[in-house]
Design a protein around this ligand. Structure first.
Ligand SMILES: [Fe+2]
Length: 397
């Protein structure tokens, strides 16, 4: 028996118009300064004004939102007493909004530590949460994860909290917010969505529902990411990618990501490589490593099925060849969209890598994403993978 969790997803051009049908007079908006300065916040507030809703804005969310920021926003939210909370922005704003929602619903909670999977949060009693993504990547509008940064005794810690109660009530997936996004951000966020879909397909938690959405998302990303990178105003491509990111979010939210994300999180923590760039870089290495599993063909079978379903391979191809073609297609997409294919290309020096290798490996071994990896992996394998990744070598072990 398995469950599949999802918000109500409103998607397509003019999805924002659906706000009209969502009850709620007082809206508390959680966002970041960039969304405000880009005029994206105004698209939302203009709509709220037309609908006769009142609102208040907290726009201080920073990238990798800090715990204190979430508490500050929650205090403002409690004073305002809304019946709708709206998170608008990239993953950081949406994560912050989820945290605010829980703390507003539960004023007795002392910290975000209370957001863990082993209790019923029963959210939605005071307000409902609407998540409006402005990038096509994280899938945070659909997932039950909240990533909050804690600084303690000079150390920075990423708290990866999770509870089904933080899944937004509504995900409003309107491509208008992604129109004109610069090529680099489009590529990075697109690869994040691709990595979510690809990694959850081979996850030990994969299931038929997540598979269907993951394969659908991969098809859309392979077709439309190059188009959106070339022409940021191509709304057909924007809509396809925005939907694909939410589909990827639903898929990995219900099946988990694997070693690619474990390695990417470690690279992000040590070398401050943006998440999308890091997961994009790690993806083919993660796929190749799982394809070479000496104990099981499960990854080959899943990736081959995907390759054939999305038209990268023929149905008559043998599974190994088809899975290989999918890896090659991902590598092609990296080059096509200008994403780095090695650590060297990211200006990481050999000395820097060697100096930080033990830290990187420790972070990977501690990562929850490593647990769901289908092929056994340990210290020596991670060491080898980072070594291959340094020079862009094909994984052959
Ligand atoms: Fe991700």
């Amino acid at each position: 028996m398995w469950y599949f969790y999802s918000p109500i997803v409103v998607f397509g051009e003019d999805a924002l118009d659906h706000l009209e049908t969502i009850e709620g007079k007082r809206c508390f908006i959680v966002t970041d300064p960039g969304i405000k300065s880009l005029g994206l916040l105004e698209i939302l507030t203009r709509k709220l004004e037309r609908l006769g809703r009142s609102w208040e804005v907290f726009s201080d969310v920073e990238p990798d939102p800090r715990e204190e920021t979430v508490y500050r926003a929650a205090e403002q939210c409690k004073k305002y007493n809304p019946d709708l909370i709206i998170g608008i922005g990239g993953g950081s704003s949406l994560d912050a909004a989820k945290g605010v929602w829980v703390l507003y619903e539960h004023p007795e909670f002392k910290s975000v530590d209370e957001i863990h999977p082993f209790q019923n949060l029963n959210t939605g009693k005071k307000a409902r949460l609407i998540a409006i993504p402005t990038t096509s990547g994280t899938g945070a509008e659909t997932t039950w994860a909240v990533v909050i940064t804690r600084t303690k005794e000079g150390k920075t810690l990423k708290l990866e909290q999770g509870n089904k109660g933080v899944i937004p009530t509504y995900a409003v997936v309107d491509p208008v917010f992604t129109k004109g996004m610069p090529p680099g951000l489009t590529a990075g966020t697109g690869f994040d969505a691709l990595a979510h879909s690809m990694e959850c397909l081979i996850s030990t938690w994969q299931n038929m529902f997540s598979d269907a959405l993951a394969i659908g998302a991969i098809r859309l990303i392979l077709e439309y990411l190059p188009l959106a990178v070339k022409d940021g105003d191509n709304m057909k491509a924007r809509e396809a990618l925005h939907n694909a990111a939410s589909m990827g979010g639903l898929a990995f939210g219900n099946a988990q990501v694997t070693l690619g994300h474990a390695m990417a999180h470690a690279l992000g923590a040590v070398f401050h490589i943006p998440h999308g760039t890091a997961v994009g870089l790690c993806l083919p290495y993660a796929m190749e490593y799982c394809i070479h599993d000496p104990e099981s063909d499960s990854s080959i079978e899943k990736l081959a099925l995907t390759a054939k379903s999305v038209g990268v391979a023929q149905w008559s191809d043998d599974n190994s060849g088809a899975a290989e073609k999918l890896v090659e297609k991902v590598k092609w997409l990296q080059k096509e969209t200008g994403l780095p294919v090695s650590l060297q290309a990211l200006d990481v020096s050999r000395e820097d890598l060697d100096e930080n290798l033990d830290t990187l490996i420790t972070l990977c071994m501690e990562s929850a994403s490593t647990v769901m990896t289908p092929r056994n992996i340990g210290v020596s394998e991670f060491r080898k993978l980072f070594d291959y990744m340094y020079s862009g070598r094909k994984v052959d072990f």
